[in-house]
Ligand binder design. Structure first.
Ligand code: ADP
Ligand code: MG
Length: 212
């Protein structure tokens, strides 16, 4: 049986002690399937049902690559809705609370633009946002993704269903080709295959099938 303890992964000690204190004693199946590959730097397409711990999977992946002393946007997580972006940002902040001063900023539509400009001016390590608003900030020059290390497409199937394909492509065009791209989804819709082919570099696909 594969080792499902977080301690089997090359994670910083601060992250491991925090996971213990959060009550995350063992990896969920999708975490165990995806994290070793993610931490090795590969692009990953991960598919597992809702509630299976996908946020911590990509969260630990992106936090591991973060250089906290460098204050620029290193990771971007795109989510289909403001509510989901808020939940993801909350989980990332919980996971990062033992790392010194990791700044996670949300950029979502439906929220006023002005305060987001102010927050961006102060800088952030991680942005969590919805595609439309992130694209708007890129167009206006208030956000730069020139030094991005990790791009996460969370609930990619829903983002495609909601018509975010063009915004996703415009955003990806503004990121370095050397980035790591992580795609998370509850289903493997046709559009996902297309996005993967166009936006990912030799992705490794992992899937945790539903057990009945
Ligand atoms: P998904 O994105 O797959 O729908 P979430 O990332 O929202 O799932 O996680 C569902 C719940 O599981 C959250 O409340 C999260 O805190 C919890 N969780 C995630 N990983 C673990 C773990 N390894 N051990 C215990 N709880 C976990
Ligand atoms: Mg999720």
């Amino acid at each position: 049986m594969p080792d499902s303890t977080f301690a089997s992964l090359p994670l910083a000690p601060e992250l491991l002690t925090n996971l213990e204190s959060l009550g995350y004693h063992a990896m969920t199946p999708i975490q165990a399937e995806s994290l070793p590959t993610m931490l090795a730097g590969r692009d990953v397409i991960a598919q597992a049902k809702t509630g299976s711990g996908k946020t911590a999977a990509f969260g630990l992946g992106l936090l591991s690559r973060l250089e906290v002393t460098r204050f620029h946007v290193q990771a971007l997580v795109l989510c289909p809705t403001r509510e989901l972006a808020g939940q993801v940002a909350g989980e990332l902040r919980r996971l990062a609370r033992t790392l010194a001063n990791v700044k996670v900023l949300t950029l979502c539509g439906g929220a006023p633009f002005g305060p987001q400009l102010g927050s961006l001016a102060h800088g952030a390590h991680v942005i969590v946002g919805t595609p439309g608003r992130v694209e708007e900030h890129l167009r206006k020059g208030s956000l730069s993704l020139a030094k991005l290390n990790t791009l996460v497409l969370d609930e990619a199937d829903r983002m495609l269903d909601m018509g975010f394909q063009t915004a996703l492509e415009a955003i990806i065009d503004e990121t370095p080709s050397t980035r790591q791209t992580l795609l998370f989804s509850a289903t493997y819709a046709d559009g996902i295959r297309l996005i993967a082919e166009r936006m990912m570099h030799e992705p490794v696909a992992v899937e945790v099938a539903e057990t009945h």
